[in-house]
Design a protein around this ligand. Sequence first.
Ligand SMILES: *Cc1c(COP(=O)(O)O)cnc(C)c1O
Length: 226
Amino acid sequence: MTEIVHNLENIRLKIARATAKARRKPEDVRLIAVSKTYPAEKVREVIEEGHILFGESRVQEAVVKIAQLPSNLQWHFIGHLQKNKVRKALPYFDLIHGVDNYEIAEDINRIAEELGRFPRVLLEVNVSGEGSKFGFKPDQLRERMEALLAFQRIEIHGLMTMAPLSDDAEKARPYFTQLRELRDQLQEEFRLPLPELSMGMSGDYEVAIEEGATLVRVGTAIFGAR
Ligand SMILES: *Cc1c(COP(=O)(O)O)cnc(C)c1O
Protein backbone atom coordinates (compact mmCIF):
# COMPACT_ATOMS: atom_id res chain seq x y z
CA MET A 1 0.00 0.00 0.00
CA THR A 2 1.32 3.45 -0.87
CA GLU A 3 1.55 6.24 1.67
CA ILE A 4 -1.26 8.10 -0.10
CA VAL A 5 -3.60 5.09 -0.06
CA HIS A 6 -2.82 4.55 3.61
CA ASN A 7 -3.61 8.20 4.35
CA LEU A 8 -6.88 8.03 2.43
CA GLU A 9 -8.05 4.93 4.31
CA ASN A 10 -7.17 6.53 7.61
CA ILE A 11 -9.12 9.69 6.75
CA ARG A 12 -12.15 7.71 5.60
CA LEU A 13 -12.12 5.95 8.96
CA LYS A 14 -11.85 9.22 10.87
CA ILE A 15 -14.69 10.74 8.84
CA ALA A 16 -16.85 7.71 9.64
CA ARG A 17 -16.05 8.08 13.35
CA ALA A 18 -16.75 11.81 13.36
CA THR A 19 -20.10 11.38 11.61
CA ALA A 20 -21.08 8.62 14.06
CA LYS A 21 -20.09 10.78 17.02
CA ALA A 22 -22.23 13.63 15.66
CA ARG A 23 -25.10 11.21 14.94
CA ARG A 24 -25.01 12.15 11.28
CA LYS A 25 -25.35 9.89 8.26
CA PRO A 26 -22.01 8.96 6.65
CA GLU A 27 -23.35 9.82 3.19
CA ASP A 28 -24.04 13.38 4.31
CA VAL A 29 -20.33 14.19 4.41
CA ARG A 30 -18.23 14.20 1.25
CA LEU A 31 -14.45 14.24 1.18
CA ILE A 32 -12.83 16.53 -1.37
CA ALA A 33 -9.28 15.39 -2.08
CA VAL A 34 -7.50 18.70 -2.60
CA SER A 35 -5.04 17.93 -5.36
CA LYS A 36 -3.66 21.43 -5.96
CA THR A 37 0.13 21.39 -6.48
CA TYR A 38 0.21 17.57 -6.76
CA PRO A 39 0.74 15.97 -10.17
CA ALA A 40 -1.75 13.75 -11.98
CA GLU A 41 0.17 10.55 -11.02
CA LYS A 42 -0.51 11.21 -7.34
CA VAL A 43 -4.17 11.84 -8.08
CA ARG A 44 -4.35 8.47 -9.88
CA GLU A 45 -3.42 6.63 -6.69
CA VAL A 46 -6.52 8.05 -5.04
CA ILE A 47 -8.71 7.36 -8.09
CA GLU A 48 -7.69 3.71 -7.90
CA GLU A 49 -9.24 3.59 -4.43
CA GLY A 50 -12.55 4.64 -5.94
CA HIS A 51 -12.31 8.30 -5.04
CA ILE A 52 -13.76 10.69 -7.65
CA LEU A 53 -14.12 14.12 -5.99
CA PHE A 54 -11.21 16.56 -6.21
CA GLY A 55 -10.53 20.18 -5.37
CA GLU A 56 -8.28 22.63 -7.16
CA SER A 57 -7.55 26.28 -6.46
CA ARG A 58 -5.86 27.48 -9.65
CA VAL A 59 -7.74 27.37 -12.92
CA GLN A 60 -4.79 26.89 -15.27
CA GLU A 61 -3.24 24.11 -13.18
CA ALA A 62 -6.60 22.37 -12.90
CA VAL A 63 -7.36 22.50 -16.63
CA VAL A 64 -4.04 20.82 -17.44
CA LYS A 65 -4.54 18.13 -14.79
CA ILE A 66 -8.17 17.43 -15.65
CA ALA A 67 -7.14 16.75 -19.25
CA GLN A 68 -4.68 14.07 -18.05
CA LEU A 69 -7.22 12.17 -15.96
CA PRO A 70 -10.39 10.11 -16.55
CA SER A 71 -13.51 12.04 -17.50
CA ASN A 72 -15.78 10.55 -14.81
CA LEU A 73 -14.23 12.64 -12.00
CA GLN A 74 -15.85 15.59 -10.24
CA TRP A 75 -13.87 18.77 -9.75
CA HIS A 76 -14.63 21.57 -7.32
CA PHE A 77 -13.00 24.98 -7.49
CA ILE A 78 -12.01 25.88 -3.93
CA GLY A 79 -9.77 28.91 -4.36
CA HIS A 80 -10.23 32.61 -4.94
CA LEU A 81 -11.63 32.97 -8.44
CA GLN A 82 -10.23 35.89 -10.39
CA LYS A 83 -12.49 37.85 -12.67
CA ASN A 84 -10.41 37.08 -15.76
CA LYS A 85 -10.55 33.30 -15.07
CA VAL A 86 -14.32 32.88 -14.81
CA ARG A 87 -14.91 32.07 -18.47
CA LYS A 88 -12.19 29.46 -18.49
CA ALA A 89 -13.26 27.89 -15.18
CA LEU A 90 -17.00 27.47 -15.64
CA PRO A 91 -16.97 24.43 -17.97
CA TYR A 92 -14.67 22.43 -15.66
CA PHE A 93 -16.13 22.68 -12.18
CA ASP A 94 -19.26 21.13 -10.66
CA LEU A 95 -19.15 23.47 -7.69
CA ILE A 96 -17.39 26.79 -7.10
CA HIS A 97 -16.74 27.17 -3.37
CA GLY A 98 -15.14 30.57 -3.24
CA VAL A 99 -17.69 33.14 -4.36
CA ASP A 100 -16.28 35.71 -1.98
CA ASN A 101 -17.71 39.06 -3.11
CA TYR A 102 -20.68 40.53 -4.91
CA GLU A 103 -18.76 41.62 -8.01
CA ILE A 104 -17.46 38.14 -8.78
CA ALA A 105 -20.99 36.76 -8.43
CA GLU A 106 -22.12 39.38 -10.93
CA ASP A 107 -19.36 38.34 -13.36
CA ILE A 108 -20.13 34.63 -12.95
CA ASN A 109 -23.81 35.31 -13.60
CA ARG A 110 -23.11 37.31 -16.75
CA ILE A 111 -20.59 34.88 -18.21
CA ALA A 112 -22.74 31.86 -17.32
CA GLU A 113 -25.53 33.43 -19.34
CA GLU A 114 -23.23 33.90 -22.32
CA LEU A 115 -22.10 30.28 -22.05
CA GLY A 116 -25.57 28.88 -21.43
CA ARG A 117 -24.60 27.48 -18.01
CA PHE A 118 -26.10 27.41 -14.51
CA PRO A 119 -23.08 27.15 -12.20
CA ARG A 120 -23.52 25.84 -8.67
CA VAL A 121 -21.75 27.94 -6.09
CA LEU A 122 -21.07 28.36 -2.39
CA LEU A 123 -20.72 31.79 -0.81
CA GLU A 124 -17.48 32.20 1.10
CA VAL A 125 -17.81 33.81 4.50
CA ASN A 126 -14.99 35.34 6.49
CA VAL A 127 -16.27 34.39 9.94
CA SER A 128 -12.97 34.97 11.73
CA GLY A 129 -12.70 38.57 10.51
CA GLU A 130 -9.00 38.02 9.65
CA GLY A 131 -7.92 40.73 7.20
CA SER A 132 -5.94 38.24 5.13
CA LYS A 133 -9.00 36.15 4.29
CA PHE A 134 -11.37 36.45 1.37
CA GLY A 135 -15.11 36.27 1.84
CA PHE A 136 -18.23 38.16 2.82
CA LYS A 137 -18.44 39.37 6.39
CA PRO A 138 -21.60 37.85 7.92
CA ASP A 139 -23.47 41.17 8.07
CA GLN A 140 -22.43 42.03 4.54
CA LEU A 141 -23.78 38.71 3.33
CA ARG A 142 -27.14 39.26 5.05
CA GLU A 143 -27.39 42.63 3.29
CA ARG A 144 -26.40 41.24 -0.09
CA MET A 145 -28.31 37.97 0.02
CA GLU A 146 -31.44 39.27 -1.69
CA ALA A 147 -29.41 40.62 -4.60
CA LEU A 148 -27.33 37.44 -4.83
CA LEU A 149 -30.47 35.32 -4.97
CA ALA A 150 -31.78 37.47 -7.80
CA PHE A 151 -28.99 36.32 -10.12
CA GLN A 152 -30.81 34.04 -12.53
CA ARG A 153 -27.84 31.94 -13.58
CA ILE A 154 -26.23 31.12 -10.23
CA GLU A 155 -27.44 28.27 -8.06
CA ILE A 156 -26.44 28.99 -4.46
CA HIS A 157 -26.06 25.69 -2.61
CA GLY A 158 -24.59 26.83 0.69
CA LEU A 159 -21.67 28.46 2.48
CA MET A 160 -17.93 27.95 2.73
CA THR A 161 -15.33 29.14 5.20
CA MET A 162 -11.71 28.79 6.19
CA ALA A 163 -10.83 28.82 9.88
CA PRO A 164 -7.62 30.58 10.94
CA LEU A 165 -4.56 28.31 10.80
CA SER A 166 -3.81 26.69 14.13
CA ASP A 167 -2.21 23.53 15.54
CA ASP A 168 -5.26 23.03 17.72
CA ALA A 169 -8.37 21.89 15.82
CA GLU A 170 -10.61 22.89 18.75
CA LYS A 171 -9.72 26.54 18.09
CA ALA A 172 -11.52 26.23 14.74
CA ARG A 173 -14.78 24.98 16.28
CA PRO A 174 -16.37 28.38 17.06
CA TYR A 175 -15.88 29.48 13.44
CA PHE A 176 -17.54 26.35 12.12
CA THR A 177 -20.40 26.80 14.57
CA GLN A 178 -20.79 30.40 13.40
CA LEU A 179 -20.98 29.35 9.76
CA ARG A 180 -23.67 26.76 10.53
CA GLU A 181 -25.69 29.27 12.55
CA LEU A 182 -25.40 31.88 9.80
CA ARG A 183 -26.58 29.27 7.30
CA ASP A 184 -29.56 28.42 9.52
CA GLN A 185 -30.48 32.10 9.85
CA LEU A 186 -30.24 32.73 6.10
CA GLN A 187 -32.36 29.66 5.35
CA GLU A 188 -35.03 30.93 7.66
CA GLU A 189 -34.90 34.57 6.67
CA PHE A 190 -34.89 33.96 2.92
CA ARG A 191 -36.92 30.74 2.97
CA LEU A 192 -34.61 28.67 0.85
CA PRO A 193 -32.46 25.58 1.31
CA LEU A 194 -28.71 26.05 1.75
CA PRO A 195 -27.74 22.41 2.29
CA GLU A 196 -23.98 22.56 1.78
CA LEU A 197 -21.44 23.66 4.39
CA SER A 198 -17.88 23.48 3.07
CA MET A 199 -15.59 23.68 6.07
CA GLY A 200 -12.67 21.73 7.53
CA MET A 201 -9.22 21.01 6.12
CA SER A 202 -6.41 18.56 6.97
CA GLY A 203 -6.03 19.74 10.56
CA ASP A 204 -9.64 20.26 11.56
CA TYR A 205 -12.04 18.26 9.35
CA GLU A 206 -13.27 16.06 12.21
CA VAL A 207 -14.31 19.09 14.26
CA ALA A 208 -15.93 20.57 11.14
CA ILE A 209 -17.98 17.39 10.68
CA GLU A 210 -19.14 17.55 14.29
CA GLU A 211 -20.33 21.11 13.54
CA GLY A 212 -22.23 20.17 10.39
CA ALA A 213 -19.77 20.18 7.46
CA THR A 214 -21.13 18.44 4.36
CA LEU A 215 -17.93 18.97 2.34
CA VAL A 216 -14.45 18.70 3.86
CA ARG A 217 -11.44 19.86 1.84
CA VAL A 218 -8.40 17.75 2.65
CA GLY A 219 -5.06 18.05 0.84
CA THR A 220 -1.85 17.47 2.78
CA ALA A 221 -3.32 14.79 5.07
CA ILE A 222 -3.86 12.70 1.91
CA PHE A 223 -1.03 13.66 -0.44
CA GLY A 224 1.69 14.68 2.03
CA ALA A 225 3.37 18.04 2.62
CA ARG A 226 3.37 20.40 -0.33
C1 LIG B 1 -5.32 24.12 -0.01
C2 LIG B 1 -6.69 24.27 0.50
C3 LIG B 1 -7.27 23.27 1.28
C4 LIG B 1 -6.55 22.02 1.72
O1 LIG B 1 -5.63 22.35 2.71
P1 LIG B 1 -4.82 21.20 3.47
O2 LIG B 1 -4.32 21.88 4.70
O3 LIG B 1 -3.72 20.79 2.55
O4 LIG B 1 -5.75 20.10 3.77
C5 LIG B 1 -8.59 23.45 1.69
N1 LIG B 1 -9.29 24.54 1.33
C6 LIG B 1 -8.76 25.52 0.57
C7 LIG B 1 -9.61 26.69 0.23
C8 LIG B 1 -7.45 25.42 0.14
O5 LIG B 1 -6.94 26.40 -0.60
